[in-house]
Design a protein around this ligand. Structure first.
Ligand SMILES: [Zn+2]
Length: 141
């Protein structure tokens, strides 16, 4: 993958993870490129198959395309940043630091990607203090 392609993916995402919306300039681990259709399943390096992704979301997603909705126990597709709209599947809780899934896709994705791990929630609390959280882009994506 070329640096130019990597930059194009990053810019399209405004430097935020396309799943949990974490900002890449406040992360100790480098962000990565997520292949929506995994390479192992013949996913391409086409921009339409790529998403900007934090290390936590990427490592928990791995090559999964589906996951269990904890509410219905049904296997459903994971959130797809190119096809789905963030605010239609997720919202912030009252405290604004936990992501809640509001659809089967949202709930399954929160669970599978472990989007509310304690260290991540702690970081969101700190980012709130400098007006960097919640990011504004969730509502318009
Ligand atoms: Zn993430």
């Amino acid at each position: 993958m070329t640096e130019r392609l990597r930059q194009a993916v990053r810019e399209r995402a405004h430097g935020h993870c396309e799943y949990c919306l974490a900002p890449d300039d406040h992360s100790s681990a480098s962000f990565t490129i997520d292949h929506l259709q995994p390479r192992s399943a013949h996913g391409s390096d086409d921009l339409a198959n790529l998403a900007w992704c934090c290390w936590n979301c990427n490592s928990h997603k791995a090559a999964a395309l589906t996951a269990l909705d904890p509410q219905t126990n049904q296997n459903v597709p994971l959130f797809h940043p190119r096809r789905d709209t963030w605010s239609e599947h997720f919202r912030w809780d009252e405290e604004q630091v936990h992501i809640e899934g509001i659809t089967p896709i949202g709930r399954a994705t929160v669970e599978r990607l472990q989007m509310n791990e304690p260290a991540i929630v702690n970081l969101r609390r700190l980012l709130m203090l400098i007006d960097r959280h919640p990011p504004l882009l969730g509502s318009s994506q």
